[in-house]
Every structure is written in structure tokens, then in C-alpha cells.
Ligand binder design. Structure first.
Ligand SMILES: Cc1cc2nc3c(=O)[nH]c(=O)nc-3n(C[C@H](O)[C@H](O)[C@H](O)COP(=O)(O)OP(=O)(O)OC[C@H]3O[C@@H](n4cnc5c(N)ncnc54)[C@H](O)[C@@H]3O)c2cc1C
Ligand SMILES: NC(=O)c1ccc[n+]([C@@H]2O[C@H](COP(=O)([O-])OP(=O)(O)OC[C@H]3O[C@@H](n4cnc5c(N)ncnc54)[C@H](OP(=O)(O)O)[C@@H]3O)[C@@H](O)[C@H]2O)c1
Length: 453
């Protein structure tokens, strides 16, 4: 291994699960003498664990304690409120660090490409999720919750999250860390039904069973499923997860639980065709699909030509997230990822990727651990082979003063600790895990101990 006697310096860009798992894996290798600097564009760490995972899933969010332990290591530094591509460039990082691992996730959304999609009332789940989770980029948005029905397009867990939050009783949400602005808006919502539509069948839904099964408990209502839509499902041909999902849906279809004040309806084999309305969304046209199974077992949806019009004032598309390019790095437009070979960025020397920007926007938090280990292993192989050549001098010794010039409002780990403590203290009297600060200036006031006149 080519080692000039300096520590191995690694910059990790992004502080979501994949970034922390990459940092943790590197720092477990004592023989490397690695130092990790993590850069995050927001003032707060944890990526989608803070801004994606639903507020009514606090146990899942508690994975952040694993990340806090990594952040407490002496060989780790956190630099928040620094955006790669804005405050510092990709080239400046490779000049200073032996290796740079991009863990930037997929910040964009996918569109449906149908007429009327740009009408007010047509919304990306990415925006809605960011809004209810208090992400500063989305905190100023507002959503019209005045109609009686919302429609969610997509059959993944994000669709279920959004539908569940829209149907949850106020008292439940009020005990979570949901953003205060969202809590208030949802309290006054007129929505009584959230129609979740999937383009393929019940058996092809990407839901996971616990998330499907918990809906009645969380919404205090039954779930409306048309038994006819399950009639032709051949259980013997299904995967274990699909079989379990269909089992839960059959229970819903049996109608044992009464529909409450607000409920979720699941409908399958429906594709969005057009959004219509006078100046804003008033209805969605759905096309009915038939399913065809290919020789390899893949089930696809095909338009039968039949149409159905559904009244609604809010259409949320939960059809997946999408990566955005980073200046100076290659980008695969079709897949929305940074092209890579097991984590090595194609055509570069020092760059690696982990998480959603490496493999696309799928997989739960735990999936990112194995994925980050794979990338770190490539990095170690490259070091051993000498294809990753270490810098002669440690380029990170004056990093803090360099950063302070580029971003005077730098948030360090200590700054984040102040935010964390303030949010938790604000939540405590109300039985909430925290009250999130959603405004960058307010976050910086606390992190930098700034006082305002
Ligand atoms: C709505 C939603 C709910 C989810 N709920 C669950 C759940 O309940 N359970 C579960 O197991 N999984 C859940 N997941 C999946 C899980 O969140 C992901 O698997 C995981 O967050 C992906 O990790 P990541 O590190 O690749 O990306 P992210 O978590 O997105 O982290 C990327 C980080 O990079 C930062 N960043 C981006 N660009 C830059 C830049 N240019 N410079 C500096 N920093 C940058 C971002 O601000 C962010 O902090 C959910 C996903 C979504 C979308
Ligand atoms: N509680 C949790 O554990 C939790 C919560 C949220 C998210 N997550 C995870 O985060 C990841 C991302 O979730 P996700 O829901 O964004 O993605 P996802 O699981 O990939 O689901 C996307 C859904 O959108 C549908 N879709 C895509 N394009 C469409 C189009 N043009 N028209 C109609 N439907 C379309 C897909 O249908 P097809 O199958 O037909 O393509 C699929 O049903 C997943 O791995 C998920 O499990 C986990």
C-alpha cells in the first residue's frame, strides 16, 4: 500500500445513511489511520432519516444514534451548510483529499409526463415529504387541502407514507416531530379519502408488508380495497412479500374494519392519463390497464382504452426520486445516477459513490450499509493496487480556515449538537421527540450561538 506516512484523508459528501456507513466502515479499519471529513449542504445531518422517514415512525429514526456515535469519533469532522458545487468544487476536494466519496442521495423527483401535470394542485411527493418533515428547502410551500379527496399515484412505501400522514388523526401527529406548519395545515384539512392508485396489480405493489399492515392502526380507519381487484390474483405464483401483501389486502377487502373519518382507498391497474381543471387540478383521468406476464415472469400494465374520471384537488405523484448531476462528475441521465463500477466512479481516479446516487432511489436504510461496505472495499483495493495514489502532503491541515472563507456560516458537529439539544428541549414539554427548526437562519442562530437585536 502506497502510504506517505500521513493519515488517509477521505471526504464524504452527504450525511445520510450511506455517508455515515461509509465513514463508519473506513474508521473501523485501524490500520488505515483514516480521517473522515463529512460535508453536508444542510445545517443538519442524517439526510432522509431526518427529512424522509415519516414523523410517525420514530423507531426507524432512532437509527440516528448509530450515526451520532460515528460523529463522536476523534477522526471524524462534520462540516454542515457547505454545498459541493456551490461553496466548494469537486476539483478542490480531490486536490486536498486522498479520496472523495459521494453520498449525495437523489434530491430530485420523477414526473409523469402527462397533460395538466403542471397545474397547481399537482405535486411531487418529494416536496410534500420535505414539507411535513421540516426540510428548509420546502418549509415555505403550501398545499391546498380543501378538497375531500386526494389522489396519490404510485404503489411504493413513499405513497403509503404520504397517504397515511394525510389520513392520520391530529392527536397522533401532534406527538411526533412533524413540522409545526404541516401539523397546523393537516389539522384543518378537508380531505376524507386518499385514493392510492397503482398502474399494475395488487401483487406487483412495491409496498412492504409491515407498512401496509399498520395503516388501520395509524389512521384509525379501515382501508378500502375492492375484492374484485384481488379475485384473479394467483397466490401460488407470488413472491413471499407479494403473498403477504395480498393477504393483508384481502383482510381489508373483507371490510372487517369500518372506514373512519379519513380513510385510504387502494385501486390497482390504473394509470394517470391527464389532470384537468380551470386554473388548478379539479379532476384526474385514470386509464384502466390489463396485466400481461412475459416469459421471464415480469408483469406489465397495458392500456385497455377504458377511462375513469375522479374528482380531486390534490394529486401527489409518488413515483420515485431522481438523482441530480454534480458539476465535474459524470452522470447517467437515463438512470439518474453517477455511473460507477461497484462504487468506483467511472473515468475518475479518486471518486467513489455510495447509497441512492450509486444504485438509484430504492432500498431501505439498512440496504445502504452493505452498499457502503462494497464501495469502501473497492477503495481499499485501489489503495493496495496503487491505482489510488495518496497525496504527498496532507491537504486537510488548513481545511477549516479554507472553509471559513468559502462559508462563514459553517456548522460543525458542535453547532449541530446545539441545534439537536434545542430541538429536543423544545419537544420535551409536549411529549414530542423534538420540535424541528425549519428555517435556515433560525438553525444558524443556534448553531453559531448568534444573537439577533
Ligand atoms: C420519503 C421516504 C421515506 C423513507 N422511509 C424509510 C423508512 O421508514 N425506513 C427505511 O428503512 N428507509 C426509508 N427510506 C429509505 C432511506 O431513507 C434511504 O434508503 C436512505 O436515506 C438513502 O441514503 P443516502 O445516504 O443515499 O441518501 P440521503 O439520505 O438522501 O442523504 C443524502 C445527503 O446528501 C446531502 N447532499 C446532497 N447534495 C449535496 C451536495 N451537493 N453537497 C453536500 N451535501 C449534499 C443531502 O442534503 C442529504 O443529507 C425512505 C425514503 C424516502 C424517500
Ligand atoms: N417505511 C419504509 O420502510 C419506507 C418508507 C418509504 C420509502 N422506503 C423505501 O424507499 C424506496 C423508495 O420508495 P418509493 O416509494 O419512492 O419508490 P418505489 O418503491 O420504487 O415505488 C415507486 C412506485 O411508483 C410506480 N411508478 C413509477 N413510475 C410510474 C408511472 N409513470 N406511473 C405510475 N406509477 C409509476 C412504481 O410502479 P411499477 O412497480 O409499476 O414501476 C412503484 O409502484 C423504496 O425502496 C422504499 O421501500 C421505505
Amino acid at each position: 500500500m502506497d502510504a506517505p506516512g500521513n493519515p488517509l484523508t477521505v471526504a464524504v459528501i452527504g450525511s445520510g445513511p450511506s455517508g455515515f456507513y461509509a465513514a463508519g466502515t473506513l474508521l473501523e479499519h485501524d490500520e488505515l489511520d483514516a480521517r473522515v471529513d463529512m460535508f453536508e449542504r444542510l445545517a443538519t445531518p442524517w439526510g432522509l432519516v431526518r427529512f424522509g422517514v415519516a414523523p410517525d415512525h420514530p423507531k426507524i429514526k432512532s437509527v440516528s444514534s448509530v450515526y451520532a456515535k460515528i460523529a463522536a469519533l476523534e477522526s471524524f469532522r462534520f462540516f454542515g451548510n457547505v454545498e459541493i458545487g456551490t461553496h466548494i468544487s469537486h476539483d478542490e476536494l480531490t486536490e486536498r483529499y486522498d479520496a472523495v466519496i459521494y453520498a449525495v442521495g437523489t434530491q430530485g423527483d420523477r414526473t409523469l409526463g402527462i397533460p395538466g401535470e403542471d397545474l397547481p394542485g399537482s405535486v411531487a411527493a418529494v416536496d410534500f415529504v420535505g414539507w411535513y418533515n421540516g426540510h428548509p428547502d420546502y418549509a415555505d410551500l403550501s398545499f391546498d387541502l380543501s378538497s375531500e379527496r386526494a389522489v396519490v399515484v404510485g404503489n411504493g412505501n413513499v405513497a403509503l407514507d404520504v397517504a397515511r400522514i394525510l389520513c392520520s388523526p391530529y392527536e397522533r401527529l401532534a406527538k411526533t416531530d412533524i413540522a409545526d406548519h404541516a401539523l397546523e395545515a393537516l389539522r384543518d384539512s378537508n380531505i376524507t379519502e386518499v385514493l392510492v392508485v397503482g398502474r399494475r396489480g395488487a401483487a406487483q405493489a412495491a409496498f412492504t408488508t409491515p407498512e401496509l399492515k399498520e395503516l388501520p392502526e395509524f389512521t384509525e380507519s379501515g382501508v378500502d380495497v375492492d375484492p374484485e381487484q384481488l379475485a384473479e390474483v394467483d397466490e401460488d405464483a407470488l413472491s413471499r412479500v407479494a403473498k403477504r401483501n395480498v393477504g393483508v389486502m384481502r383482510d381489508y377487502a373483507a371490510g372487517d374494519t369500518e372506514l373512519g373519518k379519513r380513510h385510504i382507498t387502494l385501486r390497482f391497474q390504473r394509470s394517470p392519463i391527464e389532470l384537468r381543471g380551470d386554473g388548478r387540478v379539479e379532476e384526474i383521468v385514470l386509464g384502466h390497464n390489463e396485466l400481461r406476464t412475459a416469459e421471464d415472469g415480469w408483469v406489465s400494465a397495458h392500456d385497455t382504452g377504458e377511462r375513469e374520471t375522479v374528482e380531486t384537488g390534490l394529486v401527489l405523484r409518488a413515483v420515485g426520486y431522481r438523482g441530480v448531476p454534480i458539476d465535474g462528475l459524470p452522470f447517467d441521465e437515463r438512470r439518474g445516477i453517477i455511473p460507477n463500477d461497484k462504487g468506483r466512479v467511472v473515468g475518475t481516479e479518486r471518486e467513489y459513490v455510495v447509497g441512492w446516487i450509486k444504485r438509484g432511489p430504492t432500498g431501505i436504510i439498512g440496504t445502504n450499509k452493505k452498499d457502503s461496505v462494497e464501495t469502501v472495499n473497492q477503495l481499499l483495493e485501489d489503495l493496495a493496487a496503487g491505482t489510488l495514489r495518496r497525496h504527498e502532503r496532507d491537504g486537510t491541515v488548513d481545511i477549516e480556515s479554507w472553509l471559513a472563507q468559502r462559508q462563514p456560516d459553517l456548522v460543525t458537529e458542535q453547532g449541530w449538537q446545539l441545534i439537536d439539544a434545542a430541538e429536543r428541549a423544545a419537544g420535551e414539554p409536549h411529549g414530542r421527540p423534538r420540535v424541528k427548526m425549519c428555517d435556515l437562519d433560525a438553525l444558524l442562530d443556534v448553531a453559531l450561538s448568534r444573537t439577533r437585536p
